[in-house]
Write a protein that binds this ligand. Structure first.
Ligand code: HEC
Ligand code: HEC
Length: 275
């Protein structure tokens, strides 16, 4: 009966080769550096439909950003068609920007979407808000840095904001600061543990499973706890980040702060991003 296995292996190897060849033939080693469909009316219409279904949830119907960033400004910031193509195809690692692999998304699909987004992008960057980024930096250094790292300075209870300007839309950052975001960032969900003797441990949830939960407490100590050792483990409704209402942060200060946050683009454009 051995020969059956042998035949099977030969067939499988041959099939794998065929599939691999097919894939290689379909994907050119490098996408063209310039969008071949830019300005093509049919492509723009098709791109609009695809954009609305697949991208608008995160980037907004107008591409000005909801939770994901404003992508009408990417060309003004110096990103090239080829780099944007790669970001859409491969996603941006370690962020919410998903990959869009073939065959579900063809090269043409990506170029169509970019052709559409290009039509709603200003040729030059729009004025980056009315705020004063230098004043905003000062507000940040007094109000926010205890919990947020920028470069090699700042706390760790909240996410690193070194490239938040590339990752989030201005409106989303405003909602986060004013306390109207309505969702928590993964790895930063607020949680309170109560020990058997009634002591409370507050912090953000780094990890959890059926039996245990790993928490960074407000003093930035990370520790794992067994659920059965705790009197209770409760998810909180309010973010571990305080709400900064108009009483503590005026609209003008918020404007400055947002302009500062928008200027934070990290040291590299995007993890995947050769220009
Ligand atoms: C689940 C949310 C989500 C979806 C869906 C999504 N994006 Fe994104 N996108 C993001 C986030 C978040 C970023 C910022 C990543 C970062 O931190 O750099 C981003 C970044 C980008 C960038 C900038 C990348 C760069 O290299 O500068 C482009 C362009 C982009 N997205 C286009 C798209 C398109 C086109 C689609 C639909 C095919 C799409 N996105 C779908 C969340 C999303
Ligand atoms: C006591 C700690 C703390 C302080 C102070 C604080 N934050 Fe936060 N921040 C957090 C935590 C924790 C999160 C993530 C939890 C969540 O999603 O609600 C967060 C999330 C954020 C986000 C979203 C990040 C992302 O990747 O989506 C932004 C933007 C932000 N904070 C800005 C600020 C600004 C600006 C200030 C000062 C006005 C500030 N924070 C003050 C703890 C803090």
């Amino acid at each position: 009966m051995r020969w059956i296995y042998f035949v099977l292996i030969v067939v499988v190897v041959a099939a794998a080769n065929l599939i691999a060849q097919d894939v290689y033939l379909k994907i050119p080693a490098d996408p063209p550096t310039k969008n071949p469909l830019e300005g093509d009316a049919d492509a723009i219409t098709a791109g609009m439909g695809a954009y609305r279904v697949r991208c608008a949830d995160c980037h907004g119907m107008d591409a000005r950003g909801i939770r994901g960033p404003d992508i009408t400004q990417v060309w003004a910031r110096g990103r090239t068609d080829a780099a944007l193509f790669r970001s859409i195809r491969n996603g941006v690692p370690n962020t919410e920007m998903p990959a869009h692999p073939a065959p579900r998304t063809s090269d043409l699909d990506i170029w169509r979407i970019l052709a559409y987004v290009k039509t709603i992008s200003p040729a030059t960057g729009t004025a980056p808000g009315s705020g004063n980024a230098a004043s905003g930096e000062h507000v940040f250094a007094t109000t926010c840095i205890a919990c947020h790292r920028i470069g090699d300075r700042g706390g760790n209870l909240g996410p690193d904001l070194s490239r938040i300007g590339a990752a989030r839309a201005r409106a989303a950052m405003a909602r986060q600061i004013r306390g109207t975001m309505g969702s928590f960032k993964t790895g930063y969900e607020p949680v309170t543990l109560t020990t058997p003797n009634g002591q409370e441990i507050r912090g953000v949830k780094k990890n959890e499973d059926l039996f245990s939960v790993q928490v960074m407490d407000t003093r930035e100590r990370i520790q794992g706890y067994l659920r059965e050792d705790m009197r209770s483990v409760s998810d909180e409704k309010k973010s571990a980040m305080p709400v900064f209402g108009p009483d503590t942060l005026s609209d003008a200060e918020l404007d400055d702060l947002l302009s500062y946050l928008e200027s934070l683009q990290g040291t590299t454009a995007a993890p995947s991003g050769a220009r």
